[in-house]
Design a binder for this molecule. Structure first.
Ligand SMILES: *Cc1c(COP(=O)(O)O)cnc(C)c1O
Length: 232
């Protein structure tokens, strides 16, 4: 089932790429494995998945030693400053930097561990109160501030679009996100790149790819409905 789902999602991404005027040449599928048990992650691995996304630091740290070393782990959920030290040298990309204070803590821990850390700035494109992320109009300024931190490297933007029944409703959100990244890119800020656009989830990843996503984060569409009671 998981193997089949993975194939289906990959196929749909390829198809979406051919439809979008702004779609990226390479789109990375991140298998969002939060709440899913280790055997399911192994099944996805055997089917070819190598990029995994988790949203909780503790769960991430428990899963990493249980799985093959060539997996590239992404932290996609909100990150508290006191948890940064556990993951700076464990993940390939932190998708959820939304304040200078958090970036500063990442810098501090990166120095201690002698690593460079790639991050995305999380933008709250939909303006929803309940969501993390910096405001679109504050993103450029935040990027400028983070750019001076020598061990923190902004690689692009991430957004969690509103939950909608019809994915078309999120098309303008994804479009604005791409436009924002193009605008920031034009500023040519040292140590800032806008190559990554992490947007699109199970319900709307095809639209996101059409609008230029370079990373999509798909959980339910690969692993099935999450059961939050299982624990990990
Ligand atoms: C859970 C989660 C996803 C995946 O959600 P699905 O709808 O199951 O695909 C993507 N991004 C973030 C930040 C998440 O927390």
């Amino acid at each position: 089932m998981i193997a089949e789902n993975l194939k289906t999602v990959q196929k749909k991404i390829e198809e979406a790429k051919t439809r979008g005027a702004h779609s990226a040449k390479d789109v990375t599928l991140i298998a969002v494995s939060k709440t899913n048990p280790i055997p399911d992650l192994k099944e996805a691995y055997d089917a070819g998945a190598r990029e995994y996304g988790e949203n909780r630091v503790q769960e991430l740290c428990e899963k990493i030693p249980e799985l093959p070393e060539d997996i590239r782990w992404h932290l996609i959920g909100h990150l508290q400053k006191n948890k940064v030290k556990y993951i700076v040298d464990q993940v390939v990309l932190i998708h959820s930097v939304d304040s200078f204070e958090l970036a500063e803590e990442i810098e501090k821990q990166a120095v201690k561990k002698n690593v460079d850390v790639s991050v995305l700035i999380e933008v709250n494109m939909g303006g929803e109160e309940s969501k993390f992320g910096c405001k679109p109009e504050d993103t450029l300024e935040l990027a400028r501030r983070i750019s001076v931190l020598p061990h923190v490297h902004v690689k692009g933007l991430m957004t969690v679009a509103p939950f909608v029944e019809d994915p078309e409703e999120n098309r303008p959100v994804f479009r604005e996100m791409r436009e924002l990244s193009v605008d920031i890119d034009k500023e040519n800020i040292d140590n800032i790149s806008m190559g990554v656009l992490s947007m699109g989830m199970t319900g709307d990843y095809e639209v996101a790819v059409e609008e230029g996503a370079t990373m999509v984060r798909v959980g339910t569409g690969i692993f099935g409905e999450r059961n939050y009671n299982l624990g990990v």
